[in-house]
Design a protein around this ligand. Structure first.
Ligand code: ATP
Ligand code: MG
Length: 558
């Protein structure tokens, strides 16, 4: 095996092997096939990155195909959101396709199957059909309608299509083998009657194809070479191939279904149905609530497309299901934001600091760097004055030698400003500190080049000038669930594990330059974490979502 081959994942190996035998490079074509019944989540991001990533690697087209065969659950809103998310991740599809565009072709093929004795109309109830399914060790029973005459099947199927039969009256089933080892091959249902409006085909159709019938045939219509899906479809592969045998002409290249493992993220759920439950029951505010593992939630939270793509790339594709720790996703966000997010000062839990030897009326603008990781980011000036806010945790009246922040009698540096020394505190009746008094060394101004400016002190604190500060709502998020795998206990409903404290809203103070911050702008609040301007912000009044803390604070909590 060459070095190159070793680094291929198993999906790429399948393609490489096919390129050696059955497939030309030009014949490669992939698709991402979401059902528009909810918003995409981080699991889908893996599938998107896999399929579109293969497209990029092989220079092959990738279709975005909406698997819209169930009018009960599907809506245009979800179609729009899905398109938006894929584009935002930075991918471009070749064609925007809809399984519903193939309803006529699928119907025509179904008629062919009936004519060839490969399908029949069953007039039993779904309960009766289920009872005859058998078990993995016991063959199923044949339906009394299984040997219905072709002409009668055709007539009934047409009636079903026209809505001339009741919804629960009949289904169309493939005629395969009621004793098949694979239970999915025991005369699976191909069509059910549903007198429902479809978001695209409106009331044109009164019958709707089942997933197994629609999916492979849609792949075939679009000349998809490789149809990648998650592992639960492995047993469906036999049926996928059976249907293709029936519709493809001899010698035509048929799509290949291959399976990879679902990706799960810890402390959350990745299932559209369950995410919908969180929205509908008001556990979160919307699909794009920043606590949601949806792509739109992550975007609003401050994740970048790059961080999500890096995440998907680093976990790769696998053959076994596993749970990826949420801290890995957070790590990917930090890595990316560290390079790109401008540094600003924000104080989340303020206490007032008064510099007693600094003139009451004086103010000055101090130069500070925008991003030490980015040479092109430049500098800006921030206002400094006698009264500042600092973080309450950054002061202790008396502290041991390991406390490198502010305490009485000791010196620290105020970031991009001066060295100060703690002198005194003012307390309220309950003994809470309301003000810290300190003195500053006027010669120690950062960047002034003086000897004092270069003097090393142990701690550096961030701060905001009181009279210039911008008050801001800040939303701090924690894990949405208190346990690693809320879905893991079959006896317990995942809703039991919802973290009641996943959102904490506070009022903090940030530097005035943030007044002009736009929705989606991302910043590093120095020493605190990464924050992103929320869409609910008003002009001049930004609301900040905390994307992630600077370090993995969760690991410490455990
Ligand atoms: P959900 O249970 O959330 O509805 P789904 O598989 O039914 O998931 P689809 O819209 O049918 O959702 O999925 C589109 C594609 O994304 C499919 O190919 C599916 O296999 C893949 N996919 C869905 N969830 C994951 C996941 N957690 N990890 C990797 N791929 C996924
Ligand atoms: Mg699905």
């Amino acid at each position: 095996m060459t070095e190159e081959k070793k680094s291929l994942n198993f999906i790429e190996q399948i393609i490489e092997e096919d390129l050696q035998s059955t497939h030309s490079r030009e014949s490669l074509k992939f698709r991402f096939p979401p059902e528009p019944n909810g918003y995409l989540h981080i699991g889908h991001a893996s599938s998107i990155c896999l399929n579109f990533g293969l497209g990029e690697r092989y220079g092959a087209p990738v279709n975005l195909r909406f698997d819209d065969t169930n009018p009960i659950k599907e809506e245009q809103e979800y179609v729009d959101a899905i398109k938006n998310d894929v584009l935002w991740l930075g991918f471009k599809w070749e064609k925007e396709c809809y399984a519903s565009d193939y309803f006529q072709q699928l119907y025509d093929w179904a008629v062919e199957l009936i004519k060839n004795g490969d399908a029949y109309v069953d007039s039993q109830t779904s309960e009766e059909i289920a009872e005859q399914k058998g078990t993995p060790t016991e063959a199923g029973k044949e339906s009394p309608y299984r040997n219905r005459a072709v002409a009668e099947n055709l007539e009934l199927f047409e009636k079903m299509k026209n809505g001339d039969t009741p919804e629960r009256g009949h289904v169309l089933r493939a005629k395969i083998d009621m004793a098949a080892k694979n239970m999915l091959m025991r005369d699976p249902v191909m069509y059910r009657c549903l007198h429902k409006n479809h978001h695209r085909t409106k009331d044109n159709w009164k019958i709707y194809p089942m997933y197994d019938w629609a999916h492979g045939e849609s792949d075939f219509i679009e000349s998809i070479s490789h149809s990648f899906c998650t592992l639960e479809f492995l047993p469906h592969r036999e049926l996928y191939n059976w249907f293709l045998e029936k519709v493809a002409q001899r010698g035509e290249l048929k799509p290949k279904q291959r399976e990879f493992a679902r990706r799960n993220l810890s402390h959350t759920v990745v299932s559209k149905r369950k995410l919908m439950q969180l929205v509908e029951q008001g556990v979160v505010n919307s699909w794009d609530d920043p606590r949601m593992p949806t792509i739109s939630g992550l975007r609003r939270r401050g994740y970048t497309p790059n961080s999500i793509r890096k995440f998907a790339e680093s976990i790769g594709v696998g053959k076994r299901e596993n749970i990826i720790d949420a801290s890995h996703l957070e790590f990917c966000a930090r890595e990316d934001l560290n390079k790109t997010a401008p540094r600003v000062m924000g104080v989340l839990n303020p206490v007032k600091l008064v510099i007693t030897n600094y003139d009451e009326d004086k103010e000055e603008f101090l130069e500070t760097e925008n991003n030490p990781e980015d040479e092109t980011a430049g500098t800006r000036n921030i206002p400094f004055s006698r009264e500042l806010y600092i973080e309450r945790e950054d002061f202790k009246e008396s502290a041991n030698r390991k406390f490198f922040r502010l305490t009485l009698g000791k010196e620290v540096r105020l970031k991009s400003a001066y060295i100060i020394k703690g002198e005194d505190v003012v307390k309220d009746a309950e003994g809470n500190i309301t003000e810290i008094h300190c003195t500053y060394d006027p010669k120690s101004k950062s960047g002034s080049g003086s000897e004092e400016s270069l003097r090393k002190v142990k701690g550096t604190l961030h701060w905001v000038s009181v009279k210039h500060a911008l008050k801001a709502e800040i939303r701090l998020y924690d894990r949405l669930f208190t346990v690693e795998n809320p879905d893991g206990d079959k006896e317990k409903d995942f809703m039991q594990f919802v973290n009641p404290n996943s959102l904490e809203t506070i009022t903090g103070f940030v530097e005035p330059s943030l007044k002009s911050a736009a929705v989606q702008d991302k910043f590093q609040f120095q020493r605190i974490g990464y924050f992103c301007v929320d869409k609910e912000s008003k002009d001049g009044e930004p609301i900040f979502n905390r994307t992630v803390t600077l370090r993995d604070s969760w690991a410490k909590k455990k």
